[in-house]
Write a protein that binds this ligand. Structure first.
Ligand code: CAA
Length: 249
């Protein structure tokens, strides 16, 4: 397929474990994938690895998703150089875990701005183009901990729960324009973010997962690719769990 005819997918936070798996899967499925990054050094290493793995065609663009203007410049550049963004995966996120009674305002703001303001910043810059073209997909990567809470994650759980509130409202507003908006809530997946949790605590968490293991990044990536596809056009405003049975409701 000519690259001009491919749908362009922007994945934020592309250099992380989930982001990388999503970029690869979406590229395998024929999308023109654009990965967003913030850390230039990490992005260089990432790109070299992608080339070695046969994914050199994935494009990369820098922006701090917590910064509205930085995102605006990035999206303007992508659309001028490659074409319109049809699918946005709001995947970028950070943790600053700690019991709430000790949580600093800096750690509250850092998590809220990177994990929730980012969803506004990125979506706001692409939504009108999607509406005008009559097609779009917004996929928000939330967390089981936004659905159920987690000791030490008042900031992260608040941001992740907020993402789904956003999903539900925007889904209603754009449903008749061919644009779907959905949340995916992964449980504990084998990423650096989860591996940064102390081993002892992580093992306690794994013990609470009925499947008895962490999830694979590629398992989440398959779900993202399905939601991006035409086959998923009747799914909107949903919050799809992928957590090994850790939280059922
Ligand atoms: N439940 C109940 N009490 C707990 C607890 C828990 N899970 N964890 C700690 N406590 C208690 C401690 O026993 C201690 O009690 P006392 O004051 O009576 O002694 C008190 O809470 C404070 O403990 P700490 O001083 O150790 O607390 P802390 O501020 O250092 O924070 C923590 C501890 C860093 C939050 C640690 O509990 C932790 O790492 N928890 C895991 C957090 C987690 O799951 N993060 C997920 C990261 S991955 C991710 O986010 C991806 C995703 O979407 C799933």
């Amino acid at each position: 397929m000519d690259i001009q005819n491919k749908r362009i997918v922007l994945v934020t936070g592309a250099t992380g474990g989930l982001g990388t798996a999503m970029c690869k899967k979406l590229s395998d499925d024929g999308y023109h994938v654009v990965g967003n990054y913030r850390n230039v050094e990490k992005a260089k290493i990432w790109k070299d690895q992608l080339i070695k793995d046969g994914y050199g065609k994935i494009d990369m663009y820098e922006a701090d998703v917590a910064d509205y203007d930085s995102v605006g410049k990035m999206i303007e550049k992508i659309e001028a150089e490659l074409g319109p963004i049809d699918t946005l995966v709001n995947n970028a996120g950070i943790t600053r875990d700690g019991a709430f009674r000790k949580m600093t305002v800096e750690n509250w703001k850092a998590v809220l701005s990177s994990n929730l303001d980012s969803v506004f910043n990125c979506t706001r810059h692409v939504i009108n183009g999607m509406i005008d073209r009559g097609f779009g997909r917004v996929i928000n990567i939330s967390s089981v901990n936004g659905q159920r809470g987690q000791f030490g994650q008042a900031n992260y759980s608040a941001a992740k729960a907020g993402m789904h509130g956003f999903t539900k409202t925007l889904a209603m507003e754009v449903a008749n324009k061919g644009v779907t908006v959905n949340t995916i809530s992964p449980g504990y997946i084998g990423t650096d973010m989860v591996m940064a949790v102390k081993e002892e605590i992580r093992n306690q968490i794994i013990a609470q997962i009925p499947l008895g293991r962490l999830g694979g990044t590629e398992e989440v990536a398959h779900l993202v690719s399905f939601l991006a596809s035409a086959n998923a056009s009747f799914i909107t405003g949903a919050n799809i769990s992928i957590n090994g049975g850790q939280h059922v409701y």
